[in-house]
Design a protein around this ligand. Structure first.
Ligand code: NAD
Length: 483
């Protein structure tokens, strides 16, 4: 039985259960039942969080990197210890199967460790000077200042963990506003940082309606940096607002990842990996492999095997049954979005080979779905589905496949399977994306940069880039004091 915590905001070191902006219900997407009431911050409470982050910045930014590391390391250890309980809350809030939720948390502890260590490792650089009077040209990375972190519901621990760890490791203070439907996952993460010894005001947590809260926080003169993960449409709005106030902005937005399967690929291995990975987290993953572009000579076999594997997936309430492969979608809006994609299929616009319908009953369940040969201008081929729908398209030449892969404005992840070395290198170079996976479908690790190009955003979150994203570059040029 999952214990759902009382939801509280964290403002200047105080846990606050009363939102002066009202409250909103949190619903389990597998059952449709209300599991909690989430307080909504009023503008005055948001201002209190901003003031706390501002006041705490001087002390935290001067805290030695080794001390910041020690606190983050303890937070990661606490998160590891608490993983089973937090995983159950992730499952209850957004419907991810338990094993995937535990994997998300384990990955988050590694990210916090890595970014914490960057606080000890990251120096600046010394550049040789041109004149004899100049004795030092020093480049340092200064914490940018109080940062606003806006995170979605699909990885409700991992995405806040990346942003909090990057900000705090770099010496920034932060205000986290998690998604409306996954507040407890974020709260339990924040508790790990507080219990690890993060000083009051350094990390604040607020809840509320995303539009007004984000606008209030971004517009404040206190805020120096905004880090947002979510849809391209919202990212563009928030980016325009951040730019109008000259704030640093890192958007990690949507994607519609192509997967090229060449005639030189190990077909069995490729199809097994693709069918398993596509439906992880019910396809609600920004780097989810989605547009499968398959050499026409192996297309029929690929479609048949992909559909067969997809049809065998066990869908159900992951809170009640640990053996389900796929849970519900996170909320009702996702169901409507899936129905729109499928409604556009038919005639020469593609064929639903398996799935394609809502699963009746309680909760937001949609069948794992495969569409064969969707038309180039279909909704599926042009808009990010962000759900359990895969589309498979045959191609004639590898250059055609690359052209189709690169035809959208998104550019987050792209994948390719090929056993031909020259072709694999060609694909690695030619695919337009922030991250390319060759012969495998993983593009994220704590040590490596994670981010997109085009309408998928800019900047990176993982690796050393995830630390540097919260810093300004500063140059000190020093000359001799006299003759
Ligand atoms: P949505 O746009 O309503 O919400 C997605 C997220 O954005 C939520 O966390 C929400 O809190 C936040 N949000 C919404 N409006 C906002 C605003 N005006 N200001 C600040 N934050 C705001 O869509 P949805 O149906 O919940 O999710 C599906 C869409 O979201 C997809 O298009 C997908 O691209 C995107 N999404 C992307 C990621 C990602 O990892 N890049 C994660 C989750 C959702």
């Amino acid at each position: 039985m999952t214990t759902y915590p009382t939801l509280k905001m964290l403002i200047d070191g105080e846990w606050i259960a009363t939102g002066h902006g009202g409250s909103m219900a949190v619903v389990n997407p597998a059952t449709g039942a209300e599991i909690g009431q989430c307080p909504k911050a009023s503008p005055a409470q948001l201002d209190a969080a901003l003031k706390a982050a501002d006041d705490a910045f001087a002390g935290w930014s001067r805290t030695p990197g080794a001390e910041r590391y020690a606190i983050l390391r303890r937070a990661a250890d606490l998160l590891r210890e608490r993983a089973p309980a937090i995983a159950a809350v992730i499952t209850a809030e957004m419907g991810k199967p338990r094993a995937q939720a535990v994997g998300e948390i384990t990955g988050s502890t590694d990210v916090i460790d890595f970014l914490g260590e960057e606080a000890k490792r990251k120096g600046g650089r010394l550049i040789p000077s041109r004149g004899q009077q100049l004795i030092a040209q020093m480049v340092t990375h200064e914490p940018v200042g109080p940062s606003v972190l806006l995170t979605p519901w699909n990885f409700p621990v991992n995405l806040p963990a990346k942003k909090i760890a990057g900000a705090l490791a770099a010496g920034c203070t932060a205000i986290l506003k998690p998604a409306e439907n996954t507040p407890a996952s974020a709260q339990l993460l924040v508790e790990c940082f507080v219990d690890a010894g993060v000083p009051k005001g350094v990390l604040n947590l607020v809840y509320g309606d995303p539009g007004p809260v984000s606008e209030h926080l971004i517009a404040s003169p206190v805020t120096r940096k905004v880090s947002f993960t979510g849809s391209t449409a919202v990212g563009k709005q928030l980016g325009a607002l951040a730019a109008s106030h000259m704030k640093r902005f890192t958007p990690e937005l949507g994607g519609h990842a192509p997967v090229i399967v060449s005639r030189h690929a190990d077909l069995e291995r490729a199809v097994a990996m693709c069918a398993a990975t596509k439906f992880r987290n019910a396809g609600q993953v920004c780097v989810s492999p989605t547009r499968f572009l398959v050499d026409k000579t192996i297309y029929d076999r690929f479609v048949a095997e992909f559909a067969e594997r997809t049809g065998k997936l066990k869908v159900g309430d992951p809170g009640a049954d640990d053996s389900v492969d796929m849970g519900p979608l996170a909320h009702g809006r996702r169901i409507a979005a899936m129905e729109q994609v499928v409604a556009d299929v038919g005639g020469n616009r593609g064929e639903v080979v398996t799935g394609g319908a809502v699963i009746p009953g309680k909760g937001f369940f949609f069948q794992p779905t495969v569409i064969a040969n969707p038309a180039p201008d279909s909704r599926f081929m042009t808009e990010e589905p962000f759900g359990p729908i895969a589309g498979i398209v045959p191609y004639d030449t590898i250059e055609d496949a690359v052209r189709i892969a690169n035809s959208l404005r998104y550019g987050l992840a792209a994948y390719a399977f090929s056993g031909n070395l020259d072709e694999a290198h060609y694909l690695g170079r030619a695919l337009r994306a922030g991250m390319v996976g060759i012969n495998q479908l993983i593009v994220a690790s704590p040590e490596t940069p994670f981010g997109g190009v085009g309408d998928s955003g800019f900047g990176s979150e993982g690796g050393e880039e995830g630390y540097l994203a919260f810093t300004d570059t500063k140059l000190v040029m020093m000359a001799k004091a006299g003759g």
